[in-house]
Ligand binder design. Structure first.
Ligand SMILES: CC(C)(COP(=O)(O)OP(=O)(O)OC[C@H]1O[C@@H](n2cnc3c(N)ncnc32)[C@H](O)[C@@H]1OP(=O)(O)O)[C@@H](O)C(=O)NCCC(=O)NCCS
Length: 136
């Protein structure tokens, strides 16, 4: 992600999630792929993934509350999956807390399916589903 957007992305992350994950390190890492949606110079959405060999992981996805339900997340995920495909990724994984209905619906609509559960993932209290999608 371009350095000028990192502070905005951290602020948006803090607005969307209550956990204290240090998202900055993830955004600054040269190993991650970040896609952004901007309106004028304001960051309104972003997604971050990482590829390791032929597998990829989607770390985080956030859309500014006032910009939701405009298909911004759908476009970000579609573009990220296309990027993974271009880079020869076969499998994509991600984790979603079991209570996040919006994200669950979104990922299911892309063909992700549950392959496991991680206990007490989020704030050490809520479980998360592990989702997978085959790109081949
Ligand atoms: C989840 C999130 C990224 C969705 O962003 P968005 O730009 O509003 O989503 P889109 O408009 O692209 O919607 C895509 C799909 O997501 C689902 N969805 C999104 N918001 C929803 C809502 N409020 N209720 C039900 N389904 C919803 C729907 O399946 C929707 O498809 P549809 O419009 O064809 O019904 C956004 O709500 C957000 O940032 N939430 C807080 C952070 C978060 O939970 N991130 C995901 C962590 S894994």
């Amino acid at each position: 992600m371009h350095h000028s957007l990192i502070n905005q992305a951290c602020a948006l992350y803090q607005q969307c999630f209550t956990d204290q994950k240090t998202v900055k390190a993830i955004l600054q890492s040269p190993d991650t792929i970040s896609l952004t949606t901007k309106f004028k110079d304001k960051l309104v959405g972003f997604v971050v993934g990482r590829i390791v060999l032929d597998e990829a992981e989607i770390f985080t996805l956030a859309v500014s509350p006032e910009w939701r339900r405009k298909r911004i997340a759908r476009k970000l995920i579609k573009d990220l999956l296309n990027e993974f495909t271009k880079r020869k990724v076969n499998l994509v994984f991600l984790e979603v807390v079991t209570t996040n209905q919006e994200a669950l619906r979104l990922y299911k609509s892309f063909g992700f399916y549950k392959v496991g559960t991680r206990k007490a993932y989020y704030n050490h209290s809520t479980d998360a589903h592990i989702f997978k999608k085959d790109l081949t």
